[in-house]
Design a protein around this ligand. Structure first.
Ligand code: NAP
Length: 330
């Protein structure tokens, strides 16, 4: 394997000399659940939160399918509860982002922008990031009408007309959320059939503010200072048209945040970390949980479950290591 160690600075002075028993990368449902289990095993896990405290779930306005909350719970609120519960049992939270790892040595090395941590075991819960359309105007107008988060930016589109791209659960859920503010929400989907689940489909179809533009893709995003229109292309007949809009919300799936593990861990063809049922990766002592290794379920509850499993397995791994040391010493 070619190790992807190019991000590792030659000498970081700020190294914690004592290895931490469990370092957890990521603070979404998987990361905090792993932290809760490792903390209850008295391992004082260290969570490096990453850029998005609470992960993608924290950007969701209401989560209606997390058990125990029959009325739903705010994504950010659930994230805070996860954090509080992990901290209560001794998890330490650092608002740092891992930029590189070295999994070829033990203890493992985890680098952030200006610090280095040594870890006896590592749980990767770095999640996934929203995909981009990669069309002209998208990058230039991001933050000026182009958005990947309705909960964060919806408020800016009060009484305005917006386009939502995608036909999955995220696109419909976010489109429904946007109807709180926008005067009209136009969902552009590349097929004439939605991928989203039946409940969301029904809600969207019944919402008078939501309209569908089928068999079409956004070819270009137009505007000088801010989004003014999109260029649409009908994929069936090739027809190109302009559609005036104040905003473009893009929900076309995700890419796992695994760049720094390339060449060090086995990844599948889409870049997801490969694990077995015990959340074990191809490197002994390194575990992965949540959307960084799961492209199928991608629910808060499944990620939390996988995080718990990773926490349990990391505990078992450390116990075995300890036992081996004791046997060797005897
Ligand atoms: P997704 O299910 O992969 O859907 C992505 C959508 O974007 C699809 O409709 C796809 O079209 C479209 N798309 C992909 N690339 C495109 C491109 N380049 N141009 C135009 N359209 C493109 O992603 P998601 O909606 O983010 O959901 C991910 C997972 O999270 C799913 O398992 C979902 O069930 C789950 N989720 C669940 C909930 C919930 O339970 N409430 C909420 C959000 C997400 P095609 O359909 O033609 O492929």
């Amino acid at each position: 394997m070619n190790l992807n160690l190019h991000n590792i600075p030659a000498n970081i002075s700020n190294t914690n000399s004592e290895p931490v028993k469990v370092v957890i990368l990521g603070s979404g449902p998987a990361g905090f659940s792993a932290a809760l289990y490792a903390a209850r095993a008295e391992l004082q896990p260290l969570v490096l939160t990453g850029m998005e405290l609470g992960g993608q779930a924290a950007l969701t306005y209401t989560i209606e399918n997390y058990p125990g909350f029959p009325e739903g719970v705010g994504g950010a609120q659930l994230g805070e509860l996860f954090q509080k519960q992990a901290e209560k049992f001794g998890a330490k939270i650092e608002f740092e982002t891992a930029t590189a790892v070295d999994l070829s040595v033990k203890p493992f090395r985890v680098m952030t922008y200006d610090r280095e941590f040594l870890a006896e075991s590592l749980i990767i819960a770095t999640g996934a990031s929203p995909n981009h359309l990669n069309v002209v105007g998208e990058k230039e107008l991001t933050g000026r009408g182009v958005s990947y988060c309705a909960t964060c930016d919806g408020w800016f589109f009060k009484d305005k007309k917006v386009v939502v791209v995608g036909g999955g659960d995220s696109a419909l859920e976010e489109a429904l959320f946007l109807t709180r503010y926008a005067s009209g929400v136009h969902i552009v989907h590349r097929r004439n059939e939605l991928r989203a689940g039946a409940i969301l489909q029904k809600r969207a179809m019944e919402n008078p503010k939501i309209h569908f533009i089928w068999d079409s893709v956004v070819d270009q995003i137009l505007g000088s200072e801010k989004v003014e229109a999109v260029q649409l292309k009908n994929v069936k007949n090739g027809e190109v048209s302009h559609f005036d809009t104040d905003g473009v919300f893009i929900f076309i799936g995700h890419t796992p945040n695994t760049q720094m593990f390339q060449g060090q861990l086995e990844l599948d063809q889409n870049g997801y970390i490969i694990t077995n049922m015990n959340m074990e990766t191809s490197v002994d002592g390194v575990f992965a949980a949540g959307e960084v290794m799961d492209s199928h379920f991608r629910q808060v509850v499944t990620s939390a479950g996988m995080g718990a499993a990773a926490g349990i397995q990391a505990t078992k791994y450390l116990e075995n290591q300890e036992e081996t040391k004791t046997t060797q010493a005897a």
